[in-house]
Structures are given as C-alpha cells and as structure tokens.
Write a protein that binds this ligand. Structure first.
Ligand code: PBG
Length: 331
C-alpha cells in the first residue's frame, strides 16, 4: 500500500485546525476609512463611480465616524471636496485655517478625541488645473515651490488638531521640510504617513470623480511625479528617503496590483507599512458584486487579507466600515 508521506489536507479538514494554523489575521484594528467631505449642512451625495460611497457634510460625518470608531476602526482619512470657487492657480485655500479639511479635523477631534484623524497633504483639490502642485508656464509641476505650500498646508492641519498628516503629492524632499516645520512649530508628536511609493495609476479615476478634480485635470497626467507602474527598486529608494527625512509610516498605493512592492518594502525596512486599496479597486469589486458576478463579502475580505499577508500593517479602504462589520459578525 502506498500513501503520501505527508498530507497537508489534514490540517485543512476541519474549521478548528484551519483556525489554529491560520497565519494572517484581519481585524478592524488594521483598517483606515477614507471619506470625502462636503461643504454645507445635512447633506450626503453619492459618488456615481463608487456605488454606496457617500460624500458627507461635516455634521453628517460626525455620526458616521462615531459608528466607525464603535466598529473598532482606529482612524479616518479626510479628503475635502473643494467647491470650484475656492480653487486657484496658487492653491491658497489649501492652508486656510478655516478651510473644509481644517474644520472637519477640528470637529472630529472635538467630538471624538480618541479617534485618529489623518489628513491628505497635496494640492490637487485646490488647484484650477487639478495637479498636485504649482505649475510653471509649460505646465510642469514645480517641486520646491510646491513643497513650500505643502509645508503650510501640513502645519494648518496640525494646528487644527490632525493626528497624522499624509503627503500624497510625491514631491522630492517634502517629508524633511514638513518634519522640520512640525518640530519647530510645536508639533513634535504629529505623525507623518508618507505616500512613499505612489504610482501613476489608472485606478484613481473614481477618486478624481469623487473630489471633482478629474474635469480640472482635463486629460492631463501625473507622470512627472507619480511613479512608473513598471518600477520596483525605485519604490525602495523612495521609501528610504522618506524614512531618512522623518516619516513614521510609509504607504504603497494602489494595493492589489502592487503587493510585490508591499512585500519588498516590509522585508527591507521593517517599518509600519500601509497600503491603499484605492477607488478603482473598490469600484471593480463593487461593480462585480452588484452584477452578481462575485460574492462581495468573500472577495473583499480575501483582498484585504491578501494585502495584510503581503506585509501591510494597515489598509486604507472604502470598505472599512463594511469589512469591520463583517469581521464583528463572524466573531
Ligand atoms: C491626490 C490623491 C489621489 C488619491 C488620494 N490622494 C489621486 C491622485 O493622485 O490623482 C487616490 C485615492 C483613490 O483612488 O482612492 N493627492
């Protein structure tokens, strides 16, 4: 009689042994919820390319954030939807102490002091041309002039009470100058989550619809600052620079098509590493689920577990409240 020397299937035979040998766990602790914030009162607006995601005014955001906190989610990431009249060439609304993002931060910290608040540091919601920085006559995004503005924006977020500032702009040297400003202006504990390896991705399309920057970008692209999807070693150099300059946490974005980058960053640096399951990843999963082509709960939890397995400590995902609810339900 012949039989296999080992039978890996033995451990898969029952739920109890599958649980015992499970290597990766997904918990609400791993989730950050990105939200789109609207001007005005008592209003929510759907995002057509992101079904079931709602843009919310600050008063509507507060109870939604409280529910997210009750579900065990540690932090929220804010993205303001800036009305056209506040957009300009020089993006000056970005550092307005009374701006939408700054007011949202202050309201959240006032109502939910223990809930982490993360802000986006980049100029695209505030520029008439939809680029993440200031442009010269040729349309090129100027690095150092942009960084000066990003520093002011990050400081205004810290002054409003932000716990974490997250530069998503991909300018060179911005982490160092933001860190220096935070230290010298009295915010030594404000954390920096650096979007270190942010790729020039087609998967950001629905986000640009949600914040209303797609029209402004008008067929333009971000290839002169966001990374080429073909590159890996360059991501390691970017992460190394951001850490040297004072980042506390680093991010890879998007997530699912870039899990190899997550793994290499985690292995090389061993620092808190985050991945962003971006708007296009959400839209793909949601569209297939709505068509009945995929089982939403199964594939969403599988995708999030895969991102964790690749080495991410945490995940920004529009599915955060839903995923936390599913995880709570299954105990
Ligand atoms: C812009 C920014 C983008 C996202 C977060 N911050 C889009 C872009 O670079 O055009 C994308 C997030 C998503 O797609 O969910 N600073």
């Amino acid at each position: 009689m012949s039989f296999p020397a080992t039978r890996p299937r033995r451990l898969r035979a029952d739920e109890f042994s599958r649980r015992l040998v499970r290597e990766t766990r997904l918990s609400p602790d791993d989730l950050i919820w990105p939200v789109f914030v609207l001007e005005g009162d008592d209003a929510v607006e759907p995002v057509p390319s992101m079904p079931e995601v709602e843009r919310m005014t600050i008063d509507r955001l507060l109870p939604a954030a409280r529910r997210a906190q009750d579900l065990g989610i540690p932090a929220i990431a804010l993205f303001p939807v800036v009305p056209a009249e506040f957009k300009s060439e020089d993006a000056r609304e970005a550092w307005n102490p009374e701006g939408l993002a700054q007011r949202a931060v202050a309201a959240l910290k006032d109502q939910l002091p223990d809930f982490g608040v993360i802000t986006d540091v980049a100029l695209d919601p505030f520029t008439t041309h939809g680029q993440d920085g200031l442009i010269d006559d040729t349309g090129y995004v100027m690095n150092d002039a942009t960084v000066d503005v990003l520093v002011k924006q990050a400081l205004s977020h810290a002054e409003a009470g932000a716990d974490v500032v997250a530069p998503s702009d991909m300018m060179d040297g911005r982490i160092g100058l933001i860190r220096q400003a935070l230290e010298t202006e009295g915010f030594p504990n404000t954390r920096i989550l650096a979007y270190s390896a942010k790729y020039a991705s087609g998967f950001y399309g629905p986000f640009r619809d949600a914040v209303g920057s797609a029209g402004n970008l008008a067929g333009g692209n971000k290839y002169s600052y966001q990374m080429d999807p073909a590159n890996t070693d360059e991501a390691l150099r970017e992460v190394g620079l951001d850490l040297e300059e004072g980042a506390d946490m680093v991010m890879i974005k998007p997530a699912m098509p870039y899990l190899d980058i997550v793994r290499r960053v985690r292995d090389r640096f061993g620092v808190p590493t985050f991945a962003y399951q971006v708007s296009g990843e959400y839209a793909m999963l949601k569209a297939a689920a709505q068509n009945g082509w995929l089982d939403e709960k199964q594939v969403v939890l599988e995708a999030l577990t895969g991102i964790r397995r690749a080495g991410a400590d945490g995940i920004l995902t529009y599915y955060a409240p839903q995923a936390a609810q599913w995880l709570q339900d299954q105990g």
